[in-house]
Design a binder for this molecule. Sequence first.
Ligand SMILES: Nc1ncnc2c1ncn2[C@@H]1O[C@H](COP(=O)(O)OP(=O)(O)OP(=O)(O)O)[C@@H](O)[C@H]1O
Length: 257
Amino acid sequence: MTASSQPVLSVAGLSKSFNALKVVRDLSFDVRRGEATALIGPNGAGKTTVFNLISGVYGVTGGRIAVDGRDITDVPSRQRIRLGLSRSFQNVRLMAHLSVIENLLVGQHVQTRGLRDLASPFRLFPRHRWRREAVAALEEWGLERFADAPVSALSYGVRKRVDLVRATLAKPTLLLLDEPAAGLNPSETVTLRDHLVALKARGVTLLVVEHDMHFVDSLCDHVVVLNFGEKIAEGSLADIQREPKVREAYLGATGGV
Ligand SMILES: Nc1ncnc2c1ncn2[C@@H]1O[C@H](COP(=O)(O)OP(=O)(O)OP(=O)(O)O)[C@@H](O)[C@H]1O
């Protein structure tokens, strides 16, 4: 297999139980390089748990996870970040009392050094490489006017985009996005979608948990459907929407995919 045809992420026979509760069952799928793959399913299907397994928040009960052909199943989560995995959470995890630029600097610091000396005086090093990179990234995404604003003063849509900038500063190979469109108004949703389409065009591979099927349709190349922790279908959105199993799973839960 050539490096470019090798999947960025490969999940094989993955399972996770919490005591007697089997939340993920024998799940296998690949995420192809340069594509956006959606992981969808009714509430409680196990999507967030799969993200937590891939990012290393939880250990697996069974199965293997590989990134760029390297088995990371037993690699601690911090090292997974260094191997190219980055994640943006459903509830934005920026520090509200810090400015946008400070949040980006903390993010870079945590990714490269860990939490050990988090208190180092960033403000004393205005010409620091990280600061230049963070400012350049904000400019690139048209967010530079917010650089010195406290995160608490930003709209939710701008916070989400700042969180995306934070997640991509480390130039990830694979970006995991947990419900990126949740809580956004229609125009914020389009802006965020355009940001993600641009990231994809730059070669960032995306794995997205999302309930908004219009958003999935406009961003994702491939869809994996979970129900009760099991994969019940995968393919294009049009393909999986035709699958009786998928229609059944959604009709039982939310009334349609
Ligand atoms: N730490 C945990 N301990 C016990 N059960 C858990 C834990 N985390 C998740 N679960 C259970 O696993 C199942 C799957 O949850 P998960 O959050 O992964 O689903 P989801 O598909 O992301 O749902 P949603 O779309 O509502 O966010 C649920 O029944 C949930 O209660």
